[in-house]
Design a binder for this molecule. Structure first.
Ligand code: NAD
Length: 257
């Protein structure tokens, strides 16, 4: 029970990392405030937690809207009395995101609305709640692409994750003496809906796998376990980190055959 008596707000709980983290955090004793744009998948995660004996509420919200961000934090404090863990995880990767020449301006703006402004608004309303609880842990999902360039471009997505990484670092410094830790979780390429909808042929998958020393995509469960460490008091001296969980991709020059 590594999160006993803690209240965790997790965005993007309908799928992938957010769903696996919500299920895992609940098994570890946390009360879950699950947030997603999609009411069906978000509610399904809530039901699965409750069926397994955990405690959870689901809030349908768009993290890029300030009124929704405010409402999700209020719901945490109203339902469970406090907020200890803020996991700003929801993010999008748009099908038309490309290089500078071909990325439509609307796609750039939408990507920044969700991936950057969404994290900002989560912190804007969530950090005061963590303060009221006497401290806490903020985890913002960035990506390995905040550190590596790819010749298979998604320029808006990459730039947005660079912004999440820089924002998290600065927030960590600002709030370090208030008992609020802020870390940027940087997953490598994962076998989730977000990536696999593009990698729909063996050739496209192999184009990426050749760069991953471990020779496979990560699983959302493996990222959830890293998030659990950052959420728990076991990481009490970890703040401002670029927390890579990437199968070695950022360490590699030549990978094994
Ligand atoms: P996913 O697509 O499986 O899940 C994302 C969830 O976020 C979905 O349930 C979706 O409905 C929700 N969501 C989208 N926009 C929202 C909004 N405006 N408000 C509220 N909820 C919203 O994705 P995932 O792979 O689990 O990705 C989670 C995070 O991890 C994202 O920030 C993503 O950029 C990041 N990431 C993913 C990978 C990867 O390879 N999958 C790698 C690095 C980082």
């Amino acid at each position: 029970m590594r999160l006993n008596h803690k209240v965790a707000l997790i965005t993007g709980v309908g799928s992938g990392i957010g769903r696996e983290s919500a299920l895992l955090f609940a098994r570890e004793g946390a009360q879950i405030v699950g947030v997603d744009l999609n009411p069906e998948t978000g509610e399904k995660t809530r039901q699965d937690i409750v069926q397994a004996g955990g405690q959870a509420i689901f809030i349908q919200a768009d993290v890029s809207r300030h009124s929704d961000a405010m409402r999700m934090v209020e719901a945490a404090e109203e339902s469970f009395g406090r907020l200890d863990i803020l996991f700003n995880n929801a993010g999008i990767s748009h099908a038309q995101d490309d290089d500078a020449i071909h990325t439509p301006e609307e796609v750039w703006d939408l990507t920044f609305q969700v991936n950057v402004k969404g994290v900002f608004l989560g912190c804007k309303y969530g950090i005061p709640a963590l303060r009221r609880a006497g401290g806490g842990s903020v985890i913002n999902t960035a990506s390995f692409v905040a550190l590596l360039g790819a010749a298979t471009p998604q320029l808006a997505y990459t730039a947005s994750k660079g912004a999440v990484l820089a924002m998290s670092r600065e927030l960590a410094v600002i709030h370090a003496r208030e008992g609020i830790r802020v870390n940027a979780l940087c997953p490598g390429p994962l076998e989730t809906e977000l990536l696999m909808k593009y990698l729909d042929t063996p050739q496209k998958r192999q184009r990426r796998l050749v760069h991953i020393p471990m020779g496979r995509f990560g699983q959302a469960k493996e990222i959830a376990r890293a998030a659990l460490y950052l959420a728990s008091d076991e990481s009490s001296f970890v703040t401002g980190s670029t927390f890579l969980v990437d199968g070695g991709i950022t360490a590699a020059y030549v990978t094994p055959e």
